[in-house]
Design a binder for this molecule. Structure first.
Ligand SMILES: Cc1cc2nc3c(=O)[nH]c(=O)nc-3n(C[C@H](O)[C@H](O)[C@H](O)COP(=O)(O)OP(=O)(O)OC[C@H]3O[C@@H](n4cnc5c(N)ncnc54)[C@H](O)[C@@H]3O)c2cc1C
Ligand SMILES: NC(=O)c1ccc[n+]([C@@H]2O[C@H](COP(=O)([O-])OP(=O)(O)OC[C@H]3O[C@@H](n4cnc5c(N)ncnc54)[C@H](O)[C@@H]3O)[C@@H](O)[C@H]2O)c1
Length: 470
């Protein structure tokens, strides 16, 4: 049995794990990265990258369709799928492994398991076991896995998850989607746009329940217009699939049923913490790993266990996992050197503001900070202002019949923006200005002097400030 020692051991080479390794090596520490599947994680192969390459041509086609005089040839689905395959490097992680080794850090393929708060056993693909020990810290970055709701017949039907849908080589002709969140909406539009004849979305409540209500409403309207059968408040009672991979029937609580040749479950995620040896450090597998703002596991004696990315449940988003990784890596360097580890950059503050996110649907749904309901729940004295994007010259220039809406939530006591939501085509690029406003605490009176250019959609900021009373 081989034995190696490193300053920091990272388990999981998704975007979060890779970035911890990069930061600690930059700070002069040694690192090992343990990965069971592919370096690059879920994001690179079965989530962000393939889903966005499937959606991009559809967004472009929608843009073109709104400009009179423009016509796009039919989307070549085979070419789109080939580009998707290229984007996921044909499921080959040689490039990412090379990047990790070039840091330089040691890349070890295998299943990592804690054996104590400073040691990890790695089961290599050839069955050999390797023991690693950490001088300073172990960072868990094992991500999340899809929840399969406990619905009779669902697990037995072997439903698709994000893996199969983002990697599909053939677009299912008739598809049922269980869920009404980010994956359900993006993939419903992707599959319908690439030729699925029937797509049925079964959402337990409204679409995008954590967003401002108008986001789900506008998205549902566009999906219905595109021929997607969106059923809100749907209660799935039972799933039947007599033949593996064959026709599937979903029975709803109202006694109706839907038939299709494939079913996708997009009903949220759970922590990927099973088989990780959490018992060895007194933690219980299954729940999100509770961390403090330095990303250190709070309930683990010894204080040298950290968790970044999806696994800690703070924000299930790549950019937030990478941000946590930068904070965590720099904290580890400071703590290893025994220098001050309390600087502003050495804590996760973004989580408390509310993570920025963009759904690459048509219309895009972009948000940062608190929703009005979220701000109310925190007891803030607030005022919210909304504006219809159709009223802007910048929107008119983009094309006809652009549907969209923006909203800011203002903390009245501090006169600062604590939340912003933009729904509309191309609004993704409006989001970062909102993120800067929310995190910097700039007052509305200062924002008034940030003059948006004419004729851009950014003028929505001006209109919302005017609607507020400036
Ligand atoms: C369909 C879909 C689309 C998405 N689109 C976006 C998007 O557009 N933008 C965005 O910001 N987010 C998006 N997300 C979310 C994003 O994919 C995740 O937030 C991100 O992948 C989390 O990164 P991570 O490093 O924490 O975990 P992961 O990417 O899940 O990586 C964890 C890694 O750990 C490995 N691992 C697990 N256990 C072990 C073990 N015991 N030993 C060794 N290795 C192990 C896994 O094999 C995996 O490679 C999307 C998610 C889905 C499902
Ligand atoms: N563009 C992006 O940034 C992007 C895209 C996709 C996914 N993601 C990330 O991935 C995470 C996971 O996405 P997701 O869509 O799986 O989860 P989600 O939490 O966004 O949505 C899950 C949805 O499923 C519904 N649901 C749960 N059980 C159900 C049931 N039995 N019947 C019907 N509906 C049910 C919930 O009400 C909810 O609307 C997201 O939280 C997001 O952070 C991000």
């Amino acid at each position: 049995m081989a034995h190696d020692e490193f300053d920091v051991i990272v388990i999981g080479a998704g975007p979060a794990g890779e970035n911890v390794a990069s930061r600690v090596v930059r700070g002069g520490l040694t690192a090992a990265v343990v990965e069971n599947r592919l370096a690059g994680g879920e994001c690179s192969y079965w989530a962000c990258i393939p889903s966005k390459t499937l959606l991009r041509p559809l967004a472009l086609a929608a843009e073109v369709s709104r400009v009179p005089g423009m016509r796009l040839a039919a989307v070549d689905v085979d070419a789109v799928l080939r580009r998707r395959n290229e984007a996921i490097s044909e499921l080959d992680d040689t490039g990412q492994v090379g990047w990790i080794e070039g840091l330089p850090a040691r890349f070890i393929r295998g299943w990592g398991r804690l054996t104590s708060s400073r040691s990890v056993a790695v089961r290599r693909p050839d069955g050999q076991e390797l023991t690693l020990s950490a001088r300073h810290a172990i960072v868990l970055a094992t991500g999340s896995t899809p929840i399969i709701p406990d619905i009779p017949g669902l697990a037995a039907a072997r439903p698709w998850t994000n893996r199969e849908i983002t990697g599909a080589d053939v677009i299912p002709e008739r598809l049922i989607i269980v869920g009404g969140g980010a994956v359900a909406c993006e993939m419903a539009q992707a599959m319908r746009g690439h030729g699925a004849r029937q797509v049925t979305v079964l959402a337990r409540g409204s679409l995008l329940r954590r967003a401002e209500p108008f986001a789900g409403e506008l998205l549902a309207e566009t999906m219905l217009d595109a021929g997607i059968d969106v059923r809100l408040n749907a209660q799935v009672a039972r799933v039947d699939r007599p033949e593996p991979g064959g026709e599937v029937t979903v029975h709803l609580a109202d006694a109706s049923c839907v038939e299709a040749n494939e079913i996708l479950v997009a009903a949220g995620r759970k922590a990927a913490s099973a088989g990780l040896g959490l018992e060895a450090v007194g933690l219980t597998p299954g729940s999100w790993l509770n961390v403090d703002d330095s990303l250190r596991a709070v309930d683990c004696p010894g204080g040298c266990l950290y968790a970044v990315g999806d696994l800690n449940g703070r924000s299930l988003l790549t950019h937030m996992g990478k941000y946590q990784a930068r904070v965590c890596g720099d904290v580890l360097v400071a703590r290893a050197r025994g220098t001050d580890d309390t600087a502003l950059s050495l804590r996760d503050h973004a989580h408390a503001y509310g993570a920025p996110y963009v759904l690459f649907t048509d219309p895009q749904v972009c948000s940062v900070g608190l929703t009005e309901a979220g701000a109310r729940a925190r007891g803030l004295r607030l005022r919210a202002v909304e504006y219809d994007l159709a009223g802007l010259a910048g929107t008119y220039v983009l094309g006809d019949n652009v549907r969209g809406r923006a909203k800011i939530v203002v903390d009245e006591d501090r006169r600062v923006v604590v939340g912003a939501t933009f729904v509309g085509p191309g609004t993704a690029e409006l989001l970062h200005a909102a993120t800067v406003a929310v995190t910097s605490g700039i007052t509305l009176d200062q924002l008034w002097h940030a003059v948006p250019a004419f004729p851009t959609v950014s003028e929505v900021w001006l209109r919302m400030l005017e609607a507020y009373g400036l």
